[in-house]
Design a protein around this ligand. Structure first.
Ligand code: URA
Length: 210
């Protein structure tokens, strides 16, 4: 794995991931913790966003203080499970516009096809952070990032919770310019395209549909 892929050694992320990996974790807890991880991953992957200085008044006096340089990046959730990460991402970047990409995976071919695309009109003036908890084969992430680039996003980053080596390699090959942040790198994919040991189907666990 080259330097576009990073797993931060972050105790909070690691402990929260253990919680959502557990088979017995219920859907409400899964969703809440996934959102918390979305906030931490977003803060981590956007730590080098450009800043500007603004003259402000504190209750005690004036100062020049850092603010985010405009425009803020767009947050793009890959449906369904990306919505879980999005909830937390919006806690730390509440003014960012949000895009939605609906991709459905054919269980036989494992190929993703689009069923919804809603992206901000001004994406060509912004960067984008694409959110999808599971980087498995890489098919959905590759397609989602291609869509966001096609819409003109100036720079694209990708955050997930669990990555498989196969997915990281595929995503790096397709989009070598895109930094990838994951809370963990697992062993492999199984014959059904699930990450092992992974956490199961993130969408089903998030929305209680399993
Ligand atoms: N999508 C999931 O939700 N889980 C996996 O393990 C792989 C893809």
């Amino acid at each position: 794995m080259d330097s576009t892929f990073r797993v931060p050694r972050h105790a909070l992320l690691r402990a929260k991931l253990t919680l959502i990996r557990r088979r017995e974790t219920d859907s409400a807890t899964f969703r809440r913790v996934l959102a918390e991880m979305g906030a931490i991953l977003t803060a981590e992957i956007l730590r080098d966003l450009p800043e500007a200085m603004a003259g402000i008044e504190t209750p005690v006096g004036p100062m020049d203080a850092p603010v985010l340089a405009a425009p803020e990046p767009c947050l793009v959730a890959v449906l369904r499970a990306g919505l879980g990460l999005l909830e937390g991402a919006r806690m730390v970047l509440p003014d960012a516009p949000v895009g939605h990409l609906g991709l459905v995976r054919d269980e036989a071919t494992l190929q993703a096809s689009e069923y919804v695309v809603r992206l901000p009109r001004d994406l060509a003036q912004r960067g984008a952070l694409v959110l999808d908890p599971m980087l498995a084969t890489g098919g959905s992430a590759i397609q989602a990032i291609a869509r966001v680039k096609q819409a003109g996003a100036t720079s694209v980053r990708f955050a997930c919770v669990v990555a498989a080596p196969e997915g990281v390699r595929a995503l790096q090959a397709a989009h070598p310019d895109v930094p990838i942040l994951s809370a963990a790198l697992d062993e492999r994919l199984n014959e059904h395209g699930y990450i092992v040991p992974g956490l199961g189907d993130a969408g089903d666990r998030c929305f209680g549909t399993d």
